[in-house]
Design a protein around this ligand. Sequence first.
Ligand SMILES: Nc1ncnc2c1ncn2[C@@H]1O[C@H](COP(=O)(O)OP(=O)(O)OP(=O)(O)O)[C@@H](O)[C@H]1O
Ligand code: SF4
Ligand SMILES: [Mg+2]
Length: 491
Amino acid sequence: MMNDNDPLIEVNNLRVHFKVRDGVVKAVDGLTFVINRGQTVGIIGESGCGKSIAAKTVMHMVPKPGKIIDGEIIYHRKVSQNGHGEQTERVRIDKLDPDGEEIRRIRGGHIAMIFQEPMSSLTPVYTAGFHIMEAVSLHRFLPAETIGQTMTKNIQQKRGVSEEEARQIAIDMLRRVGIPKPQSRVDSYPHQLSGGQRQRVMIAIALSTHPDLLIADEPTTALDVSIEAQILDLMRELQETVDMSIMFITHNMGVVAEMADEIIVMYMGKVVEKARTVDLFDKPKHPYTIALLASIPQISEKSDKDLATIQGMVPDPFNLPSGCVFHPRCPAFMKGICDKVEPRFGEEEPGHWVRCLLYDVSWPDTPEAQPLKAARPRTGSVAAETSVMAAPTLPTATVQAPVMAAPDDLEKIEGIGPRISAVLQEVGITTFAQLANTDASQLRQILQKAGPRFQMTDPSSWPQQAELAAAGKWTEFETLQSQLSGGKRRE
Ligand SMILES: Nc1ncnc2c1ncn2[C@@H]1O[C@H](COP(=O)(O)OP(=O)(O)OP(=O)(O)O)[C@@H](O)[C@H]1O
Ligand code: SF4
Ligand SMILES: [Mg+2]
């Protein structure tokens, strides 16, 4: 059962750099997150953003020539107090000898990983069963006979598994990950299994030890959807029964939405947004997250419609852009600000963190920033200008930057646009409070009537906007306008 105040893994300001011939790759660059006991944290982000390196570092398995150059990884390990309940101790994973006894006990037993490349993780000369039995023999413990009648309540010793028990567990795990004829497949070598079956053996090894933390790096990519569903069910079942936490890395937004309690969005080695899953999908804040979510294909979309993509390319790791590293690709880029200042990671709403200067207003005093500062609304939304940016689960996504106190005068809100503001004022709606309280159908009529007179583009979209405005979501109302291209907005 997940408990918000029961941390299992704490990662603080972690930096993992690779010094290579052409320079330094900052694969993980100031990563901070917590995984609570029983919690599933999803990690998403484009290829190369540092997801796998972060995961391997938690296992203290940084590939060469990578080095942890800063930060800490704390594992809150449960220790039995002689039968008198359990306490936790702090283990600094980053301080352990990466080849030493202690980390080997932790790896596989307490923290297990399903690697992105299953092929390289199975030894060709050992059978599927051997791999599982080895993990189980080293790390799995079963309840032993209790000692003495008077002490039975408090003391329950644990014992290792026998060879026969390990084989039975191996067969059972192979069956549970969907391998047909597990009694015979247990003796198959990796080359006798298909790619998907090898992936499932990997999953069986990781789950067989009942770890505290399962790190699953693209665990089901090679599997068909029915097997994927079976594996996800198995993970959830184990999570319930052994209170397992999961660090779930994936490119599949549907899967992460289904599995994760919280989502971390990474870009170029940093966390750019972190929120509860429902909040991230409902109200993504960072322009990168919005673009990522917009790139999910929608079943309702017409098949001839181009799939939304994130503009530009992932930057060259040896030549990172100044200021916000996302700025060359960001539709909400503010010249003289985003290219000058590195945004800080701040908590925008309880539990919802974002790294973006739309929220963090530590702007420089550059000549370009001056007029922006002056024209900046005291509050309101600064929306990402793009036609492809729209969160999939909402009619639109909002990039909202509450700057100072909330004004209530429509005219003062830069983002709402003079024409819409004029239309609303004509019918006596002059404040956001009034706008939020106006009935959707009434708003629809007002806007549709006035649209042609003000030569508004695409009046067919007005009903949807009216709906949003009436629902009290004026920021989304505003954002819809921003989804028009810059040229259309200037009309
Ligand atoms: N052994 C290595 N030597 C040098 N650079 C490396 C090494 N391993 C990874 N990197 C670099 O570190 C960065 C992060 O890589 P990582 O494998 O964590 O990406 P990822 O987010 O898991 O991507 P994907 O979604 O493609 O799996 C990349 O720029 C990668 O090129
Ligand atoms: S800081 Fe600027 S460039 Fe970076 S994500 Fe925010 S708006 Fe875009
Ligand atoms: Mg990876």
